[in-house]
Write a protein of this length. Structure first.
Length: 517
């Protein structure tokens, strides 16, 4: 099938084009030298050619499905692009069963969709061969699953004849491309801002990527993953005379993850992330990014946070938050170091930047505070109007139930008697008999506290002494006395004890009913 200037200039397909389903169809399955739009809903299936499955020498726009070599070999090249190819959203180009190249570009390719080479069957000696400009844009995915020699080769047109002898695979020399503009002396420039997945299913040969031009893996979405099915090099720069070393570059500011068992040739500049996960090494001329042999995040993953000792700490303790997987950091606290120490509960975030990518990680620190719960023990709570029975002794127990010790000098309680009663506290008291509690004195620890406020002996505020505290899951006992002074006979009222807010106000108050006889 041929679409050329002489056959109508524009061919639009939204249906099905089936070529070579039952028999061989000659040299080229579909040749376009005008404009061809494969619109949504369109299906192009090409099999059984001897040279090229699809050849484009002008403008080809694809937003649908193209299948080349799914059942029968299509010869030398699956998709040969000499013109402009735009594989936009919704586009799927699948190439299998070629003898030399899955896709060969000597024109311009812009890919924002999916190109799959070798998913169904062996797809070539080289999977993707670029000699001019190839842009794998955000959203673009190139998956090269099966080749025999290398997955992706980026090679300047002007180096033809200077490659290693094994690389000169031009069985049809009359069809070596003669490009517009500078012609044979052109630069190969491959820019990846999407995803390139190499060798996910089977072997792709010696090299994952062989670069003899300019290769840029750039942007926060730029991601190259080379599986262990690359038998030797992940990325290799072929040997060239010195004049060609000057322009051959492989620059990374995105993410590269590789499992190849050996190594890589020269990566010129790295300001992104390179992970070598199979014991090989990277040869990087200039590194301002991250070189690592540990697993981690990919594009947009943000920094990784680790914590020492824990996200949950006790009051008065600190914990260290450490960010990794970036080159520079900025915390929500304003700090710019990789690690910060915190002692305050709250949410902390850090923005990490590496190459062209910034990501944010967030975590929450919880600070456990002491939790004091008071009780008041007064078995005999009936007060006579006068005499010895007008005074009663009682204790207050302060329990720490939050599993966190109190800080020195921080425990404060307030004891309030009803009108008509007065309170007494002595910090020299060491034991007392609790009224109605038997004949055994109770040891008290009054010496640990002092009165910090006294309102008419009806309300006492006590503070624990500096250097003193209540241990985790421990208790402290205080002794008091209260005397009826003017309360009415038959009156019912409450004596209350209140612990100053300790982070859990639900158990800070305890009340005891007393009776005036």
């Amino acid at each position: 099938m041929q679409n050329s200037v002489t056959t109508g200039k524009l061919f639009t397909n939204s249906g099905q084009i089936i070529i070579g389903a039952n028999t061989t169809v000659g040299i080229i399955g579909l040749a376009n030298s005008a404009r061809f739009d494969n619109n949504p809903g369109g299906v192009i299936s090409i099999n059984g050619t001897s040279w090229y499955g699809l050849e484009n020498s002008y403008i080809f726009n694809n937003a649908a499905q193209i299948s080349i070599g799914a059942t029968v070999e299509v010869g030398f090249v699956g998709f040969y692009n000499l013109g402009s190819l735009d594989n936009s959203a919704g586009g799927i180009i699948s190439i299998d069963r070629t003898s030399k190249f899955g896709m060969w570009n000597t024109g311009l390719v812009n890919n924002a969709a999916r190109i799959t080479i070798g998913r169904v069957a062996q797809a070539a000696y080289w999977g993707l061969y670029n000699q001019t400009t190839f842009n794998n844009n955000p959203g673009g995915v190139i998956a090269i699953d099966r080749t025999t020699n290398l997955a992706l080769k980026n090679e300047d047109n002007r180096t033809i004849g200077l490659s290693d002898p094994s690389d000169d695979i031009y069985p049809y020399p009359d069809r070596i491309p003669q490009l517009a503009g500078p012609g044979i002396d052109t630069y190969a420039e491959f820019t990846n801002k999407g995803q390139i997945i190499i060798g996910a299913i089977e072997q792709v040969g010696l090299n994952g990527i062989r670069n003899v031009g300019n290769f840029y893996n750039t942007g926060c979405d730029a991601y190259i993953e080379s599986y262990g099915n690359v038998s030797h090099y992940f990325v290799r720069r072929a040997n060239r005379p010195d004049e060609y070393h000057n322009y051959t570059q492989f620059n990374n500011s995105g993410f590269i993850i590789e499992y190849a068992p050996c190594c890589s040739g020269l990566i010129t500049n790295n300001s992104g992330v390179i992970r070598n996960l199979n014991g090989g090494y990277f040869d990087v001329a200039n590194n301002t990014g991250i070189l690592t042999t540990t697993p981690g995040g990919g594009p947009n993953a943000g920094p990784i946070l680790t914590v020492n000792p824990s996200l949950t700490i006790s009051q008065g303790q600190t914990t260290t938050l450490t960010a990794s997987e970036a080159v520079s950091y900025r915390w929500s606290t304003g700090q710019t170091t990789a690690s910060i120490s915190v002692s305050t509960a709250g949410t902390y975030s850090v923005t990490g930047t590496v190459g062209d990518c910034s990501g944010t990680a967030t975590t929450m620190v919880t600070v456990r505070t002491p939790d004091l719960s008071p009780t008041l023990t007064l078995p005999q709570a009936n007060f006579a109007a006068s005499g010895p029975e007008a005074t009663r002794n009682f204790t207050i127990n302060l329990y720490e139930v939050g599993h966190v010790p109190t800080a020195s000098g921080t425990v404060v309680i307030t004891l309030t008697a009803p009108t008509g009663y007065s309170l007494a506290f002595s910090n020299t008291l060491t034991s007392l008999l609790v009224s109605g509690g038997g004949n055994t004195p109770i040891a008290v620890q009054n010496s640990k506290f002092h009165v910090t406020n006294n309102i008419g002996n009806q309300q006492l505020t006590l503070t624990i002494n500096s250097g003193e505290g209540i241990g985790a899951d421990s208790q402290l006992i205080l002794g008091f006395s209260m005397t009826r002074t003017s309360a009415n006979s038959g009156s019912l009222s409450n004596i209350t004890v209140n612990v100053a807010n300790d982070g859990n106000p639900t158990n800070n108050v305890y009340a005891r009913i007393i009776t005036g006889l």
